[in-house]
Ligand binder design. Structure first.
Ligand SMILES: Cc1cc2nc3c(=O)[nH]c(=O)nc-3n(C[C@H](O)[C@H](O)[C@H](O)COP(=O)(O)OP(=O)(O)OC[C@H]3O[C@@H](n4cnc5c(N)ncnc54)[C@H](O)[C@@H]3O)c2cc1C
Length: 385
């Protein structure tokens, strides 16, 4: 099915939904995007986009490196949480052969929305969408009492996707036992280093945003109490500071400047047998949620979007196209999901003996063969869609 003159219903106006709308509209498809929120507001926090995400964005006609207000970190430093001693330093951007950027989420969303609108994507806000007739060749979306027919529907409705739950025999996403805290604090810094303070059962990451005017903080901890998954779940500042009060003076200095913090329960669901059902498919977190410990969830959604648009444009057989989409994407995202989960374990080692062994091994590698740390994720970052 060539995309030209066909109609596409996209559910969810996150990074994934916007990206696939742009990718399809760019090829000439008619796209309607449904978003349940009344307005599109992004959490006040940063996002890291690695070279693979940048290459997917370039495919959408967005050259992120040309925008103001991006940061290009020179390195990522892994440090001990208590004394702040350096465990490993991994160079980024300097002669490593590919770019790695950080920016404010709201800035990225604004860029995507402007591009989607320019390409004629219709965006309905305050539109809680439900897929009906998913097994037909013209599945429908029902939103605000109106029914819309499409040639293909894409569920990009996030980790708690109702499209997935309604049509793929899946229950709701499950709480993973981890929560993320996010905040930004004003700053005036020239350092462009990302720092990961690795604690016991928790870690905290900082990096500068908007040319060093802000410091982005994301902290993740193991947590028995269930926390809902919305960005607007405002955590109390007091409990955030208390949870990380065992971190050293560098972290305490940053925490003392935090005025607002948001808490986000991390949810997950078991791998799906299939991502597609006749003329309905899933993308981004709706298909394959992952822990944020590789900073790849949004990058994977961007890659999904480019691949999906390409395969449906390449053939007249939609079922064949959706099978290709899944075949191209599934093993890659599964590997990244597994790696992210593994990274979380390294960031959170509680056992003292294990901590000493792993941290010392990382110290030695970082000192004597740093290229091993710099190149080990080439398969993710250098990937071309
Ligand atoms: C703490 C943290 C840090 C992260 N850092 C990074 C990073 O640095 N780099 C990176 O690449 N990734 C990162 N990620 C992952 C990334 O944020 C997500 O993978 C990505 O945003 C998922 O995008 P999405 O479009 O699939 O889903 P979402 O962003 O969840 O969007 C889904 C949208 O669908 C809407 N919706 C839901 N149901 C309906 C409905 N029935 N009708 C209409 N609309 C609906 C929702 O309102 C929402 O707007 C991080 C994640 C976390 C938690």
């Amino acid at each position: 099915m060539s995309v030209l003159d066909k109609s596409f219903g996209i559910i969810g106006c996150g990074i994934g939904g916007l990206a696939v709308s742009i990718a399809i509209a760019k090829l000439g498809g008619h796209v309607v995007l449904f978003e349940r929120a009344k307005k599109i507001t992004e959490v006040g926090a940063g996002i890291q986009i690695s070279a693979n995400g940048l290459s997917a964005l370039a495919d959408l006609g967005i050259e992120l490196e040309h925008f103001n207000a991006i940061s290009k970190p020179l390195a990522i430093e892994l440090r001990d949480y208590k004394v702040g001693s350096l465990v490993a330093r991994i160079r980024q951007n300097q002669d490593v052969g590919f770019p790695y950027l950080q920016l404010h989420r709201a800035d990225l969303m604004n860029i995507l929305i402007a591009r989607a609108e320019k390409l004629g994507v219709t965006i309905f806000l305050d539109a809680d969408a439900e897929v009906i007739d998913a097994l037909s060749n013209h599945p429908k979306v029902q939103a605000n009492g109106t029914t819309y027919n499409f040639d293909l529907i894409v569920g990009a409705d996030g980790v708690n996707s109702t499209t997935r739950q309604d049509w793929f025999n899946e229950g709701p996403a499950k709480f993973s036992g981890k929560v993320a805290w996010r905040a930004t604090v004003p700053a005036n810094i020239i350092s462009t280093v990302t720092t990961v303070y690795m604690g016991r059962g928790k870690h905290l990451v900082t990096y500068p945003l908007r040319g060093g005017q802000l410091i982005n903080i994301v902290a993740v901890q193991e947590c028995k109490e269930m926390v809902s998954e919305g960005w607007d779940n405002v955590g109390t500042l007091q409990s955030f500071c208390l949870e990380f009060s065992d971190f050293g003076p560098e972290v305490q200095k940053i925490l003392s400047q935090v005025r607002h913090v948001k808490r986000w329960g991390l949810y997950t669901h078991s791998p799906l047998k299939t991502w597609s059902l006749n003329h309905l498919t899933l993308l981004g977190d709706a298909a394959h949620p992952m822990f944020p410990f590789m900073a790849q969830g949004a990058c994977m959604a961007l890659e999904d979007a480019s691949v999906l648009a390409r395969v449906i444009n390449d053939t007249d057989d939609i079922n064949h196209a959706l099978k290709s989409y899944e075949a191209i994407r599934k093993s890659r995202v599964t590997s990244v999901q597994n790696l992210a989960a593994r990274n979380g374990k390294i960031f959170h080692i509680s056992n003292m003996f294990m901590r000493i062994c792993i941290h010392n091994a990382l110290r030695l590698i970082s000192r004597f063969t740093p290229q091993l740390l710099e190149r080990r994720f080439d398969w993710i970052y250098k990937h071309k869609i």
